[in-house]
Design a protein around this ligand. Structure first.
Ligand SMILES: [Zn+2]
Length: 317
């Protein structure tokens, strides 16, 4: 039987005070050692890793050390992709990003004017090509923020794959994108292959989870009335990401099983690079939470590597 593909996407970026606003001076990368150690464990399991890197990371000393180390030791198992955090990525435009704290709306690159979104991504693309010797072909928008111009821009800059879709999520309450009508199915847009970050529903009843994961309208119908809401609660329905950030092995195993049953052929497991270090992200504020995150990571990867094929997006081309 053909195995489902598994890609690991690390949002590779600065440490970030996620409640502290979007500030162009917040560019500190001090988790290079921890990230490297964590990744080496995963690479030794046979995993492939896509580093979706932002401007702060690729211009930092520790970030460049990580890139060099991976190229020297694991070149066959890693891919370098682009991750646009527009608030730290030049060129800066007075009107849209040249202030200490920008509006949340402008933290989603897809909300910028097309020329500025393109100019920022072009600079990041060139920088990654200069450091790695290869122009990136995979893109992850900062905060999943793809917009109406993004796919055209990606196509013009030579990108082939986008991994910015976060199924079932709706970020409109903070001026972000709306993916509530997207499930985990891959599709092509403007010549760009869109492969969603794996995220979906689990339940005590597997077939219910499958039904919810198959069609985004199904949850809307149940959620629309009190009886439906009670059923969802009683049957343990919850939305889970394929990520060690707040989700354990049991939850992720159920998600993988349901997505696989519903025909998803390419899974994306993801987390933030800063989560590798105590205090680096909201998921690892205590020693216990760091240990839990590492445990979630090694548990699920040990389990699912036997039923999936490690995959890099660049190898799909
Ligand atoms: Zn990010």
């Amino acid at each position: 039987m053909k195995k489902v593909k598994l890609s690991i996407v690390i949002h590779t970026e600065e440490e970030f005070d996620w409640a502290g606003g979007f500030n162009r001076h917040n560019t500190s990368v001090t988790h290079g050692k921890e990230l490297t150690e964590m990744c080496v464990d995963m690479l030794k399991l046979g995993c492939c890793i896509t580093f979706a890197m932002d401007w702060s990371f690729v211009t930092s000393e520790q970030g460049q050390n990580v890139i060099r180390f991976m190229q020297e030791n694991y070149t066959e198992q890693v891919e370098f992709a682009a991750h646009l955090h527009p608030w730290v990525n030049p060129p800066f435009d007075e009107q849209y990003s040249d202030t200490d704290n920008i509006d949340e709306k402008l933290s989603y690159p897809g909300n910028l004017p097309a020329e500025l979104e393109k100019a920022k991504l072009a600079m990041l693309t060139d920088k990654i090509a200069e450091l790695t010797g290869r122009s990136p072909t995979t893109y992850l928008a900062g905060r999943y923020g793809v917009g109406e111009n993004t796919y055209k821009i990606l196509s013009e800059l030579g990108y082939k794959v986008d991994v910015s879709i976060s199924p079932f999520a709706d970020f409109r309450h903070q001026d972000g994108p709306d993916f509530s009508n997207k499930n985990n199915a891959s599709f092509t847009q403007n010549g760009i292959k869109c492969i969603p970050h794996s995220s979906g529903y689990i339940s005590h009843i597997g077939v219910l989870a499958d039904w919810l994961n198959r069609d985004t309208a199904n949850l809307h119908n149940l959620n629309n009335n009190v009886v439906g809401k009670v059923i969802l609660k009683l049957l343990g329905v919850e939305r889970v990401r394929l990520s060690p950030e707040g989700f354990d092995e049991a939850q992720m195993k159920k998600l993988v099983a349901s997505l696989t049953r519903t025909g998803v052929e390419h899974l994306i497991y993801s987390f933030h690079s800063s989560t590798s270090k105590l205090g680096g992200s909201p998921y690892v504020e205590t020693k216990e939470s760091v240990q839990q995150m590492y445990k979630n990571n090694s548990d699920i990867l040990t389990t699912i590597t036997s039923v999936t094929t490690p995959s890099l997006f660049a190898d799909l081309l």
